[in-house]
Design a protein around this ligand. Structure first.
Ligand code: NI
Length: 177
């Protein structure tokens, strides 16, 4: 499945189910000390924002070297628990549908070009050693996998479209991973 289709399907499947959560559920972490659903979706909006820039910049240069961001600090600074759940889910949905458009517009050659210079050993969800070449397509699929893994932290019976994420089953990862 093309990466943009993977993202679109994930958003179409998950958004209505997320929107159906009650206000109480949206501020209740599944385990003590973990992020609440509002904080997880907020984190995914931050991820969309950072990766939006990466997906465009990657087309304008030869490398895949990007600045990271302090995930916990971003979530804390934006006080996501005080935001409207309905607004957060709507923003997350629309932002990702825009990213699906951005991804669909990337030429195939650009998606699959081998990039020797990258820092996916630092910024990717599933890291790539610096000694191995990486591709923009890998970074995009990794973005979708990260998204689906977090959706599953909110909706335990959500079935990921990313084949590798579905195969692995739920992780007990730290919420910020
Ligand atoms: Ni994360």
């Amino acid at each position: 499945m093309d990466a943009h289709e993977l993202l679109t399907r994930a958003i179409i499947a998950a958004a209505p189910r997320l929107a159906a959560l009650s206000d109480g559920e949206s501020v209740t972490p599944r385990t003590a000390g973990a992020w609440t659903p509002k904080q997880i979706i907020g984190h995914l909006i931050d991820s969309a924002c950072n990766n939006h820039a990466r997906f465009v910049r990657a087309q304008l240069g030869d490398d895949l070297v990007f600045t990271g961001y302090d995930q916990e600090a971003w979530v804390s600074a934006q006080r996501y628990d005080d935001a409207s759940w309905e607004d957060l889910v709507a923003l997350w949905r629309r932002y990702n549908l825009h990213l699906a458009r951005v991804i669909a517009a990337i030429p195939a050659e650009t998606l699959t070009r081998r990039r020797v210079h990258h820092n996916l050993d630092e910024i990717a969800w599933r890291r790539v050693p610096r000694t191995e070449a990486a591709t923009l397509e890998y970074l995009i699929r990794d973005y979708v996998g990260h998204l689906e893994n977090h959706v599953r932290q909110i909706l335990p019976d959500y079935r990921p479209f990313s084949p590798d994420v579905a195969r692995e089953g739920p992780t007990n990862a730290t919420p910020s991973e």
